[in-house]
Design a protein around this ligand. Structure first.
Ligand SMILES: Cc1cc2nc3c(=O)[nH]c(=O)nc-3n(C[C@H](O)[C@H](O)[C@H](O)COP(=O)(O)OP(=O)(O)OC[C@H]3O[C@@H](n4cnc5c(N)ncnc54)[C@H](O)[C@@H]3O)c2cc1C
Length: 492
C-alpha cells in the first residue's frame, strides 16, 4: 500500500511543535502534525470537566513584547491572540506570614523587595538580574542557530555576536549561589528561600544548580509583561493550529507516532493509525521519548538524555468553587511557601496557585464561580508513590482556606493528578514535566542540539530549551525551524 507523503511530519502539538509547524507551514511546506491526545497543546492546554475549564499545566504566560519568542512567532505568522495584561503578575506568601507582590515595574518591585528582605543590596541585585534577563531574551532571539553544532551555525552565531555577549558568557560558569554571595545576600535566609522557591518554578532547580544567565532571567519572569488568556491556554494553542490548517497543513488527533525510520532520503513514520512518508521530521516531544521511537538518532544524544532521578513531575489539583466576593481578587497567581510539608511531597516547599481571571466568564457554567489550579513539584517521578491523593487534596484545601482564597463549603468539584496522569496526557517518559531542569554542569552551549541525526530530523520542546516554560518551548520551535531552513531550504 502506498504511503501518504508530506514535506514534514511534526510529532506532537506542544508549544515547541506548534511553533515549528507554523513557521514550516508559512514557508510553504506541506505539514502533517500528529497528536496522540484528543486535545492539542500538551502541557499548555485546557480541558472541560464538570462545568469548569481547567488548565492542563501552564497557567502563567510571558512572551508577548519586544524581543520575546512568542511575539516573534505571532509577528511572523500574523496570528492574533487575545490576552489580558496582568497588572499584578504574582504574589508570594512567605513562611513568616508576609505577602509580597511581584510588581512588573522594576522600581516598584525593588521597593517591595527592600521592605520584605531588608534594604541591603536588593537594588543592586535586582538591577543586575534585570540587565541579564533583558540581555538573555534579546540574545536568544538573535541567536536562532544556538547551540552551534556546525560551521554554518558558528558563522550565524558569530555574525550576531557582540562584545556584551562575550562579556556576559562568564555568567554561564557561575551559579545563583555565587550571585547571592557577590551581593552579600547569602546569609539572608528569608531571601535565599524566596529565591529558591522562585527558581524551582521558573528554572526547575535551585540556586546551587542554576547558572546566573538562566537564573537571573528566571527570577525576572514577573518583570516582563504577564498575560492571561480568557477561556484557558487552549485559546493560545488553537489559533496556532488554525494557522497550520489554513496554510494547507493537516493535524491528526488521537494518533500516536510509534516508530520513525530513516530511509535513504526520507523518513517512514509508523503511527497507531497508518504510515506516512516525509522529507523532514520534527519531534516536539522530550528527548527521552524520541530515543524510544527513533533508533537512528545521533548516539551522542544518549549521553545528553537525563534519567528520571534528575527530573520532576508535578502534583496538580483543580478546584471549581463559588466565590462570595469575586471583585476582591486583584492578583490571580500566588506562590504559597509551606509551613508544613504536604503528605508524600515532603521535598516540596511551596505550592503554586492560579485562579481564573475574575473578568473571565468562560471558565465556568455558573456565574460567581471560579477555577483554581494548584501545582507543586514531585521529584524523581519514577520512584515516587502517592498512595492517597485525597489526603494531599485535603491538605491543599486546608491551606487555601487558611490563607483566605476559598471556603470549603463553597467547593463544588476537585480532582488531582500525579506523574501517572501526565504520562497518559502527554506520553512523557516517567510523566516528567516542566522540561529538563537547569544544571550547573550543562552550559547553555551544551544544551541538547535541535539536529537529531545530522540529517533531516529535528528536536524541539522543553528538553531542547530547558526550564524556561512556554517562552523556552516556543524558542526551541523557532530554532528547530531556523536550523532546518538553513540546512535545506536556503533563502525563503
Ligand atoms: C504543572 C505545570 C505547570 C506549568 N506552569 C507553567 C507556567 O505557568 N508558565 C510557563 O510558561 N510554563 C509552565 N509550564 C511548562 C510548560 O507548560 C511546558 O514547558 C511546555 O508547555 C512544554 O511544551 P513542549 O513543546 O515541550 O511539549 P509538551 O507540552 O510536552 O507537548 C508534547 C505533545 O506531544 C504529544 N505526544 C507525545 N508523544 C507523542 C507521540 N508518540 N505521538 C504523537 N503525539 C505525541 C503529547 O500528547 C503532547 O501533546 C508548566 C508545566 C507544568 C506541567
Amino acid at each position: 500500500m502506498s504511503q501518504k507523503k508530506f514535506d514534514v511530519v511534526v510529532v506532537g502539538t506542544g508549544m515547541g511543535a506548534l511553533s515549528a509547524a507554523c513557521l514550516l507551514a508559512k514557508a510553504h511546506l506541506e505539514v502533517l502534525v500528529i497528536e496522540q491526545n484528543y486535545l492539542i497543546g500538551g502541557c499548555t492546554s485546557s480541558y472541560w470537566r464538570k462545568g469548569f475549564v481547567f488548565e492542563s499545566g501552564a497557567t502563567t504566560l510571558v512572551g508577548l513584547g519586544e524581543n520575546m519568542p512568542l511575539q516573534y512567532l505571532l509577528d511572523q505568522t500574523q496570528v492574533q491572540i487575545e490576552a489580558r495584561h496582568l497588572e499584578n503578575p504574582m504574589q508570594i506568601h512567605l513562611k513568616n506570614g508576609q505577602t509580597i507582590t511581584r510588581h512588573e515595574n522594576l522600581e516598584k518591585w525593588i521597593s517591595e523587595a527592600e521592605n520584605a528582605f531588608g534594604k541591603k543590596n536588593q537594588r543592586k541585585f535586582w538591577e543586575f538580574c534585570y540587565e541579564i534577563s533583558q540581555f538573555v531574551w534579546k540574545t536568544s532571539l538573535k541567536q536562532r542557530n544556538f547551540p552551534p553544532a556546525k560551521l554554518q551555525d558558528l558563522w550565524h552565531c558569530a555574525k550576531n555576536t557582540n562584545l556584551q555577549q562575550v562579556y556576559f558568557a562568564q555568567y554561564a560558569f557561575r551559579n545563583m549561589d555565587w550571585l547571592l554571595a557577590k551581593f552579600d545576600l547569602a546569609h539572608n535566609q528569608l531571601f535565599r528561600d524566596f529565591v529558591d522557591q522562585q527558581l524551582i518554578i521558573t528554572a526547575q532547580n535551585y540556586s546551587s544548580e542554576v547558572n546566573v544567565l538562566f537564573g537571573a532571567t528566571a527570577l525576572c519572569y514577573t518583570n516582563f509583561p504577564n498575560y492571561y488568556v480568557d477561556g484557558g491556554l487552549i485559546n493560545l494553542v488553537e489559533p496556532l493550529a488554525h494557522f497550520v490548517r489554513n496554510q494547507k497543513g493537516s493535524l491528526h488527533l488521537r494518533e500516536s507516532v510509534k516508530k520513525v525510520v530513516r530511509k535513504s532520503d526520507s523518513y517512514s513514520i509508523e503511527t497507531s493509525k497508518g504510515n506516512y512518508e516525509s522529507k523532514y521530521v520534527i519531534f516536539g516531544i522530550p528527548l527521552n521519548n524520541v530515543l524510544e521511537i527513533y533508533e537512528q538518532a545521533n548516539p551522542n544524544l544518549y549521553k545528553k538524555m537525563l534519567p528520571a532521578a534528575s527530573l520532576n513531575s508535578a502534583f496538580q489539583m483543580g478546584i471549581g468553587f463559588g466565590l462570595e466576593a469575586k471583585e476582591k481578587i486583584d492578583c490571580i497567581h500566588h506562590q504559597i511557601h509551606l509551613e508544613e510539608p504536604l503528605p508524600y511531597l515532603e521535598e516540596s516547599k511551596s505550592i503554586f496557585l492560579s485562579l481564573s481571571h475574575p473578568a473571565d466568564s468562560s471558565r465556568t457554567d455558573q456565574p460567581r464561580q471560579m477555577v483554581a489550579s494548584i501545582s507543586t513539584h514531585l521529584h524523581k517521578p519514577a520512584e515516587k508513590v502517592i498512595a492517597d491523593k485525597k489526603w494531599v487534596e485535603n491538605s491543599i484545601l486546608e491551606i487555601l482556606e487558611k490563607k483566605g482564597f476559598l471556603e470549603r463549603k463553597n467547593v463544588v468539584y476537585t480532582h488531582s493528578s500525579t506523574q501517572h496522569s501526565w504520562e497518559k496526557w502527554t506520553n512523557r517518559a516517567f510523566g516528567f514535566v516542566g522540561g529538563y531542569p537547569q544544571f550547573q554542569k550543562i552550559k547553555p552551549w551544551q544544551m541538547v542540539e535541535a539536529r537529531l541525526d545530522r540529517h533531516k530530523a529535528y528536536l524541539c520542546g522543553d528538553t531542547a530549551y530547558p526550564g524556561q516554560g512556554i517562552a523556552g518551548a516556543v524558542l526551541s520551535g523557532i530554532i528547530a525551524f531556523e536550523k532546518l531552513k538553513n540546512d535545506w531550504l536556503g533563502k525563503i
